[in-house]
Design a binder for this molecule. Structure first.
Ligand code: ZN
Length: 421
């Protein structure tokens, strides 16, 4: 290496060290999120309530003015602008800086503020969670006329109750010193938040709520409003699956059991890019996984279940498992493929598909098994190291098994069979 080469290397090391100093706490997931470049439409789509937890399903329409025909008109004009109904926070919220937020959003807000402060940048929270009643009073205070034009003007800045992202507890409004509302876009805080495709925001799971460049999403662009979606949803918003990383929501993609299982045709995503590890496994999905575990064998007889659609993969799987007496219906003529499967019944199905082996150790969990089949299956699975307990060594046999836990149990089982691994 010549002299200039040495200098270049020294400079490169200095840059690496300085990056390391500022990014010392960044996890691989954080780096992936920061490195995920999103266009405005992808930013908008990343706030998908199907993949955020702690929300109530939208069941009723919030009252706005109390006059039902006026309310109906407001909703129509709002939905023409692209407003969509938003669910309300379901669980306990956390008090932070005078407002309430979802626990993970509150922690992420404190991190974001600390990171900004460390760079000498001031960020102040000006709004967090709002009930529909609070949003109704804001909306009605600003309502001064109910012609379509007057409504459209108000809706450019103010969501009607039931349509505000603030209901979710994942949404914040910000200011920095005197820079508030539209002026916030002129602040150094906004420059810091938005630089390099929102790198500093994404590092803590935040995205702009209504960024420039999206159309028909409700209000006009709002530089001051941000939503917490978490690093996983940022990564998932622009993700191309590969055999090295088939799922955007696998939080531990290195040496991942999920990756191995996907590449060996043992599991399947809930979408083209997600595995949905925390979602419950349905009875139909369980049948498909166990059928794949045994090599997708062609069944010879039919099953008696009216609610399994003939000719589908689930149908083949249920036929084969029925033939092998691995599964039980929910009645003589129903299987209910969409219902969740319990942890206990999943172990029973696996144990039966393995040929009902008899273990050598007693049932090791503290909580009682549901019945003697679950007891035998769980004892066998625990002896082989297939199943982790819940909490202090409980089986929790009646709790729905998650897609992650089911895949992990099947992975461990496969690893015990050398010819398949
Ligand atoms: Zn807001």
């Amino acid at each position: 290496m010549d002299h200039r080469g040495v200098l270049r290397s020294a400079a490169a090391i200095a840059i690496v060290l300085s990056q390391f100093a500022t990014a010392a706490v960044a996890s691989p997931r954080t780096e992936d999120a920061v490195g995920t470049v999103l266009n405005p439409d992808q930013i908008n789509a990343a706030f998908d309530v199907d993949y955020l937890f702690g929300l109530t399903p939208i069941t009723q329409t919030a009252s706005i003015t109390g006059n039902e025909s006026v309310d109906e008109r407001i909703r129509t004009v709002a939905e023409q602008r692209g407003y969509v109904k938003r669910p309300e926070a379901a669980g306990e919220l956390v008090d932070v800086d005078g407002f309430r937020l979802q626990p993970n959003a509150a922690a992420a807000w404190s991190e974001l503020k600390a990171a900004a402060n460390a760079e000498g940048i001031e960020l102040t929270l000006t709004s967090g969670f709002r009930t529909t009643a609070t949003q109704a009073s804001i909306f009605n205070r600003r309502l001064n006329g109910t012609s379509d034009t007057q409504l459209d003007t108000l809706l450019a800045t103010t969501a009607p109750p039931g349509y505000s992202k603030h209901h979710t507890g994942f949404t914040i409004d910000l200011r920095s010193g005197p820079y508030a509302l539209h002026a916030f876009a002129e602040s150094t805080a906004y420059e810091w938040l938005s630089a390099n495709n929102w790198a500093n925001s994404k590092a803590h799971g935040w995205l702009p709520s209504y960024p420039d460049g999206v159309i028909n999403v409700g209000p006009d662009p709002e530089p001051w409003e941000f939503v917490w979606v978490g690093t996983t949803n940022i990564i998932c918003a622009a993700f191309t699956p590969s055999s090295a990383k088939p799922f955007c929501d696998d939080e531990h993609p290195a040496n991942s059991a999920l990756t191995w299982m996907q590449n060996h045709d043992q599991i399947f995503g809930c979408t083209a890019v997600r595995f949905c590890p925390q979602q419950p496994l349905s009875r139909g999905e369980a049948a498909l996984m166990l059928w794949r575990l045994h090599g997708r064998q062609i069944p010879e007889i039919n099953h008696p279940y009216r609610d399994v659609i003939a000719g589908t993969g689930v149908d083949l799987a249920v036929r084969w498992l029925y033939e092998r007496t691995v599964l039980n219906g929910t009645s003589a003529t129903t299987y209910h493929p969409d219902l969740n499967l319990s942890r206990g019944h999943f172990l029973v199905m696996l144990w039966r598909s393995a040929g009902r082996p008899v273990g050598t150790v007693p049932y090791p969990f503290n909580d009682p098994a549901q019945d003697r089949y679950v007891e035998t299956a769980a004892a066998w699975a625990a002896e082989l190291g297939l199943v982790d307990g819940v909490g202090y060594r409980n089986l929790a046999p009646r709790v729905a098994i998650t897609r992650h836990d089911a895949a992990l149990i099947l992975y461990r089982y496969l690893m015990l069979i050398p010819t398949l691994s």
